[in-house]
Design a protein around this ligand. Structure first.
Ligand code: AHR
Length: 682
């Protein structure tokens, strides 16, 4: 049958409607819900792609702070295993005796294991009557976690003085009762340094506990010297010298895309001697001297060394973002002068890149293979220094830049001296060379301050270097952020994501905190733990929500009728308070998955009241009525997660209906909302 152009068009339209109906979708013009004239309206122009969202936008930043590795992610359970924590006394170690045994421990430099671990622990059992024994105990990092049906690997280096007969017993024991959870025996010790290893298995019927200690005891009189006394629980992916499984599993939920290593101030240290000297962090742990982490005021075993960082990346499928030491000491040492003085540090950086990326035919690639990882790691980004806000950076940056670019032209180099302002302007001390990426840091003191900074990159020059938000956080809540922090973070992330054509990566900092008293140097950290348990803060889950629900196309999105509220910003250091600022009461961003057509609309309601929001989707052709929501909300801004209530505030996923080209949703007070809406191209 012939049709006129008009009837042909009608036919096509009705065919299209039928097809959409069969697919369960509504044509774009159809209204799904009555509108409230006063409701804020978010309009997504699905026909206008503003940019491609960086596939590696959300990642992690890490350093040794707040007992992040020793006493944190790194599996080692013995505190001060190499007797370096204090020069005068064996911190965390003590002597226990039974039935009148007399014993003593002391630091002894006369019997070094090697040049790296030069001070041994001298353990003397001075009298050995019947039934007497003397034990050497380690309290662990605020306890030793004991789990049922678990195998622990204990090892130590020992040298016996002539006449010491042994045996030596290794045990895991309770602090409050004479319970021994697991025990193993080393029958004899030799009179030269040797490594001894035993396995300790706990019974199935014990309850998990942390109020425990490790003990090595003897019933034979005499003297022994000990070094590198180690105890490992099972690790993630069973890696030797590996990581705590519970924290790794929590991180895996987030699916971070990169890991910025190894700092932070930890990269630099207060002096040249206390920098993260990567060459001293590789190989057998008994050959690693460790170093004073004076940036954060405690000793680092360097058990978490360069290769362990890289294997952490491998385990979670993250790419490493390597920060190389750029010749700046935080305090006394000042900055190394460019030229001949700086050359060894530049060479160290080139060697480090070769250790990461070189094949086994290169000098440092061969060393990595010898250390147990023959395959090279992929590396795209190298950062030169950390927060290097110094006039001297220009000369140092130039020397590093030229050397690295000439050997590795494919690497993207990051300028660590950059700072961004609220108006989208970025300033840098690196004038002679233009970096590929600027690392800008932003720590705010309230959720409103983060909200105010959520538009920073809307006006950033698209022709400029890309942006890496290498450290950022809304610092509200301690030891981990509360819901106020999460709300501020989520509002800020809408800005990062809206601008993720140029903001290529972002990482919250700091990542970890051991929540025990005395462990924390920096309040407001993403993940908290003690010896036995860990938990994610609401801010952690906000990031996981954002990362796991994101498309590759940034859609043009605008809002009308959004309420405003007044915020009085903080005075600058010593200055007058700025003029009060008007802040919106709704934050949003929309992206679309180009393969599936799913639109991810993120909305943040910072108010203590619900908000009705009308959503309009233009240019999508068709919008499916059924979808999904992922929502995290709290009854107060102070609400938070903790060891006691680790999942009090978490995202909840639900099926949704009633989506369309125009619909209304009510956002709960203090809520972070993601709607996953099915769309089809016109
Ligand atoms: O994240 C804590 C510290 O903040 C980092 O070590 C440093 O880079 C920044 O000043």
């Amino acid at each position: 049958m012939e049709t006129s152009p008009v009837s042909h068009a009608l036919l096509q339209t009705s065919r299209a409607i039928l097809a959409l109906a069969a697919a369960g979708m509504a044509p774009a013009a159809e209204s799904q819900s009555p509108a409230s004239p006063a409701a804020p309206t978010i309009t997504i122009d699905a026909g206008q792609i503003k940019g491609r969202s960086s596939p590696i936008l959300y990642g992690l930043m890490t350093e040794e702070i707040n007992y992040s590795y020793d006493g944190g992610l790194y599996g080692e359970l013995i505190a001060n295993r190499a007797f370096k924590d204090s020069p005068d006394s064996p911190a965390h170690w003590s002597v226990s005796t039974a039935n009148g045994g007399v014993g003593a421990i002391s630091m002894d430099e006369s019997q070094p294991l090697n040049d790296a671990l030069h001070t041994s622990l001298k353990f003397e059992f001075k009298a050995a009557g019947p039934g007497q024994r003397v034990g050497l105990s380690n309290e662990g990092f605020w306890g030793i976690p004991i789990l049922p049906s678990t195998v622990y690997d204990a090892s130590f280096y020992a040298k016996a003085a002539p006449g010491f007969k042994g045996p030596v017993t290794i045990a895991l024991a309770g602090n409050d009762s004479p319970t021994t959870f697991a025990i193993a025996l080393v029958p004899v010790l030799s009179e030269t340094w040797n490594k001894y290893s035993v396995r300790l298995k706990t019974r199935a019927d014990i309850a998990p506990s942390k109020n425990n200690h490790f003990v090595l005891w003897t019933t034979g009189a005499g003297t022994i010297w000990l070094q590198n006394i180690s105890l490992f629980p099972p690790t993630y992916n069973n890696r030797p010298n590996g990581n705590r499984p519970d924290i790794m599993r929590l991180l895996a939920e987030y699916q971070p895309k990169f890991l910025r290593i190894p700092g932070g101030n930890y990269l630099e240290g207060n002096t040249l001697a206390t920098r993260f000297n990567w060459k001293e962090t590789i190989g057998d742990v008994s050959q690693r001297p460790g170093h004073m982490n004076d940036a954060w005021r405690y000793h680092s075993s360097d058990g978490m060394g360069l290769l362990e960082f890289l294997e952490w990346c491998e385990d979670l499928r993250m790419q490493p973002l390597l920060a190389v030491y750029a010749g700046l000491a935080l305090r006394n040492g000042g900055a190394v002068a460019p030229g001949a003085d700086l050359a060894p540090y530049v060479q160290d950086a080139l060697d480090e890149i070769e250790y990461v990326t070189g094949d086994a035919n290169t000098q440092w690639g061969a060393r990595r293979a010898k250390d147990g990882h023959p395959a090279p790691f992929a590396l795209t980004y190298v950062e030169i220094g950390n927060e290097d806000w110094k006039e001297t950076y220009d000369g140092r940056f130039t020397q590093f830049y030229d050397a690295i670019k000439s050997k590795y032209p494919q690497l993207q180099l990051i300028d660590s001296s950059a700072r961004s302002a609220a108006n989208g302007k970025v300033t840098t001390y690196a004038k002679s060379r233009k970096a590929d990426v600027y690392d800008c840091h932003l720590y705010t003191r309230s959720e409103q301050q983060s909200e105010a900074r959520s538009t920073d990159y809307d006006t950033y020059d698209r022709a400029g270097p890309k942006i890496f938000e290498g450290e950022w956080a809304t610092r509200v809540g301690t030891p981990t952020p509360n819901m106020a922090g999460a709300i501020g973070d989520a509002a800020y992330m809408t800005g990062l994501e809206r601008n993720s054509d140029i903001v290529v990566m972002a990482s919250y900092a700091p990542l970890f905190v051991n929540v025990n008293r005395g462990a924390m140097q920096w309040p407001t950290d993403l993940i908290g733990y003690d010896a036995l348990h860990c938990y994610g803060s609401p801010a952690f889950y906000a990031q996981a929500m954002f990362n796991n629900n994101r498309g590759d196309e940034i859609l043009a999105t605008s809002a009308a009728n959004v309420g405003m509220r007044t915020w009085q910003g903080f005075p600058n250091r010593g200055g007058q308070p700025p003029a009060p600022q008007q802040l919106p009461t709704l934050f949003y961003v929309a992206t679309r998955d180009s393969k599936t057509g799913v639109v991810y609309l993120k909305m943040v309601n910072p108010l203590d009241t619900p908000q009705d929001v009308r959503v309009e989707i233009h240019g999508a052709g068709a919008v499916g009525p059924d979808g999904e929501s992922v929502i995290m909300k709290a009854s107060s801004l102070a609400a938070t997660n903790s060891l006691e209530e680790p999942r009090k505030i978490v995202p909840v996923t639900a099926r949704e209906s009633g989506f369309g080209a125009s619909f209304i949703r009510t956002l709960a007070p203090y809520s972070i909302n993601i709607l996953k809406i099915s769309t089809r191209s016109p």
